[in-house]
Write a protein that binds this ligand. Structure first.
Ligand code: S3P
Length: 438
């Protein structure tokens, strides 16, 4: 699972219009949480649409090591035999979250309230990601966590009596909110989280579906300790963030027409659609419905000329994972696209502002980097070599750039694409991408 050791590259090149109707894999955020809550529930839960990505496989493997039996009767299905809210058992050795910030931050909250000690580690990228944002509120709740100056590995001491808190987070982060709420399950009294801007609410929605009383509204959530979770079947929609690469590709490659089927449309995830439409994109949302309590729809996308815009500040948290793809859309647009208020991009799997700016510049695009965003001037994209810095979303974004570049684009270090989107290259080739391993 740890890909630090061997590196692989892609060559992305222009092949012409993209066509087809595509199913992208299950939602990563929902897959992590489905395994976590099913593991802590009383009874057996069936999970359908589980993402077979390295991030979510790492989370499932951790719960197996904590004493939860998880069967995989067929790909994308899991049968989770829950052990109850107080049923996890200590694992011997460290728990490896791989590349997954969501896995590590949510588990930190959850393991803080256990009776036993745990150590969470991750790969070289995760080891550089800030954990103080979850450590600080959890310490306030009475947790005992040692870190390497706020970075992994995290040593969590069990047997602490946690107290509920009212926490106003300075960062709009679903991972911070979720870590505090998960600790709140095991805490005395109420735990309340306020956010500076509403973020994805899967933890709240899924806790409620598993029968835990919780009150939530955009920007806040409140629960109390002392209840139990009931086994519940979960049907996971396709991941909007994975669909986003094909949405942008169809927008920018002349003549393209793609359909992305049954994509999760939680409004806290779909900011990219608003922004692309404001840029002139031709995206039709059809057959809206519901799957497992989440909104889903088919996205019909056709090529259309894009124009640069100032990305509205309020859309930033709702598209936080889509900026690598948006940067490529901006490079293909007429005029300048400006992104502000997105400093969180600097602490993702790579510093996505720096990584995208460096890669686009290597392809001849004019990018001005700022502390919390960038100004990208659209224009011709030439071939060249770009470094993904081991960041899955950066690698996939540059695969799109290769479809419009004058010459081949070589993308370095693509192995981590398997953390969120196993089979991206095969699906991309099916849609008409020029994309080969090198
Ligand atoms: C996630 C929250 C977001 C997002 C990440 C998944 C989640 O991170 O970028 O890919 O599942 O809660 P932040 O909470 O750091 O914004």
């Amino acid at each position: 699972m740890n890909r630090d050791a061997h590196r692989e590259d892609w060559i992305a090149s222009k092949r012409g219009a993209l066509q087809g109707s595509l199913d992208v894999p299950g939602d990563k955020s929902v897959s992590h949480r489905a395994v976590m809550f099913a593991a802590l529930a009383d009874g057996t839960s069936h999970v359908d649409g589980f993402l077979e990505g390295e991030d979510t496989l790492a989370t499932a493997a951790i719960f197996e090591r904590l004493g939860v039996r998880i069967e995989a009767p067929e790909p994308r299905k899991r049968v989770v035999h829950g052990v109850g809210i107080d049923g996890l058992r200590p694992a011997c050795g460290m728990l490896d979250c791989g590349n997954a910030g969501t896995g590590m931050r949510l588990l930190t909250g959850l393991l803080s309230g256990q009776t036993f000690d745990s150590v969470l580690t991750g790969d070289s990228s995760l080891s550089r990601r800030p954990m103080q944002r979850v450590i600080e509120p959890l310490l306030r709740m009475g947790a005992s966590i040692d870190s390497k100056s706020g970075f992994p590995p995290l040593r969590i001491r069990g047997g602490q009596a946690l107290q509920g808190i009212e926490y106003s987070s300075e960062i709009a982060s679903a991972q911070v909110k979720s870590a505090v709420l998960l600790a709140g399950l095991m805490a005395q009294g109420q735990t309340i989280v306020h956010e500076p801007h509403p973020t994805r609410d899967y933890t709240e929605r899924m806790l409620s579906a598993f029968g835990w009383p919780i009150h939530f509204a955009p920007g806040m959530a409140r629960l109390e300790g002392g209840h139990r979770l009931r086994a519940t079947d979960v049907s996971i929609p396709a991941d909007f963030s994975s669909a986003a690469f094909f949405v942008v590709a169809a927008c920018v490659v002349p003549g393209s027409q793609l359909v992305l089927r049954r994509v999760g449309m939680n409004p806290r995830r779909t900011g990219l659609l608003r922004v692309l439409r404001a840029m002139g994109a031709d995206i039709d949302v059809r057959d809206a419905g519901e799957q497992g309590g989440e909104a889903v729809a088919d996205l019909h996308v056709a090529h259309a000329p894009l124009r640069g815009i100032d990305v509205p500040l309020e859309d930033v948290p709702d598209m936080i994972d889509e900026f690598p793809a948006l940067f490529v859309a901006a490079a293909c647009a007429r005029g300048t696209t400006t992104v502000r208020g997105a400093s969180e991009l600097r602490v993702k799997e790579s510093d996505r502002i720096a990584t995208m700016a460096a890669g686009l510049r290597a392809l001849g695009v004019d990018v001005e980097e700022t502390s919390d965003g960038a100004a990208i001037r659209g224009g011709p994209i030439r071939g060249g070599s770009v470094a993904s810095q081991g960041d899955h979303r950066v690698a996939m974004a540059f695969a799109i750039a290769g479809q419009v570049a004058d010459d081949e684009v070589r993308i370095g270090d693509i192995a981590n694409v398997a953390t969120s989107f196993p089979g991206f290259d095969t699906l991309a080739r099916e849609a008409g991408f020029g994309l080969t391993a090198a």
